[in-house]
Design a binder for this molecule. Structure first.
Ligand code: OGA
Ligand code: MN
Length: 296
């Protein structure tokens, strides 16, 4: 079996998703496979692996072979409510007994924030590098995941806007992004844990040298700017960056695994029937440094 990566043709738009064949994720990857995956991530930004019927341990082994992981400190479920270990984010609508949670369950309402365009863990001082999402059970319809290419979006900015965004620093918090949907039900402890952090609006990829717009629904302000002006500008930039020509929509098949680079893409979940089971698990590689250390 030899690993190969072919572009997914989004019909007349720039390629930034690739489909990977010739690798079995039930087995720890070889050094050559690890190198091919990193090269593929640099070239594309989103990689799709079909037919990978793996468990949590296999997902963790594959993820750890790519780099150090972050822990799931951004999840809202209390430790005694968790279904998976702290090394995985539970991207499901299930409780500890694998029952679909109620429509108004706090964990579900918090999780609906994933339907806003974001970059994972941009609310942490050291944000995420790759996210690796494994589909264990998918709903019969809906629940796609969309990705937007923040390198192409940066490249398409006019010269004056590029100059304006070049050195801006945004403040990011999950309290802000959840507030957009009217979710404000946070404890004092959660407010302290998720206090705002600083991230550059333009960052440079350390391997490819390409610049990208580092946007996220978690961004609720720009340092030195009046809040309404900052939010209006961030909205405009997000609208620009998520035009259909920059978007790949992933339609899940059972046992798909999709990996994306949070430094160069945003993503969002799409709605699905809240009574249907959707069980996805995410491992996340840490960026190891702040975006503040990845100046353009
Ligand atoms: C995530 C996420 C989107 C989805 O796992 O980080 O945002 O479609 N998922 O579940
Ligand atoms: Mn996410």
């Amino acid at each position: 079996m030899t690993i190969a990566i072919a572009p997914i043709d989004p019909v007349g738009r720039a390629f930034f998703a690739g489909v990977v064949s010739g690798i079995d994720l039930r087995k720890p990857p070889t050094a050559a496979e690890v190198a091919a995956v990193h090269d593929g991530m640099d070239e594309f930004g989103v990689l799709v692996f079909h037919d990978q019927d793996i468990d949590d341990e296999q997902q963790l082994a594959f993820s750890r072979a790519l780099g150090p992981l972050e822990t799931a400190t951004g999840d809202i479920a209390a430790p005694h409510e968790r279904r998976v270990s702290m090394d995985l984010n539970d991207i499901s609508n299930l409780d500890k007994n694998n029952k679909v949670v109620a429509r108004d369950d706090r964990r579900r309402l918090f999780g609906l924030g994933n339907q806003l365009w974001h970059s994972d863990s941009s609310f942490k001082p050291v944000p995420a590098k790759y996210s690796i999402l494994s589909a264990r059970t998918i709903p019969p319809t809906g629940g796609n995941t969309e990705f937007a290419d923040m390198r192409a979006a940066y490249d398409a900015l006019d010269e004056a806007t590029r100059r304006e965004v070049h050195d801006l620093v945004c403040v990011h918090s999950q309290i802000f992004s959840r507030g957009i949907l009217g979710f404000t039900d946070f404890t004092e402890e959660e407010r302290a844990k998720w206090a705002p952090v600083r991230q550059r609006l333009v960052r440079r990829h350390p391997r490819t040298g390409r610049l990208s717009l580092y946007l996220s629904s978690h961004a609720g302000g720009i340092e030195g700017w009046p809040v309404p002006e900052a939010r209006a500008f961030l909205r405009d930039l997000t609208e620009h960056a998520t035009q259909r020509r920059f978007v790949y929509a992933h339609v899940w098949r059972p046992h798909d695994l999709v990996m994306w680079d949070n430094r160069v893409t945003m993503h969002r979940a799409r709605r699905y029937d809240h009574t249907a089971v959707r069980d996805m698990r995410r491992t996340t590689l840490t960026n190891e440094v702040s975006s503040l250390d990845q100046a353009p």
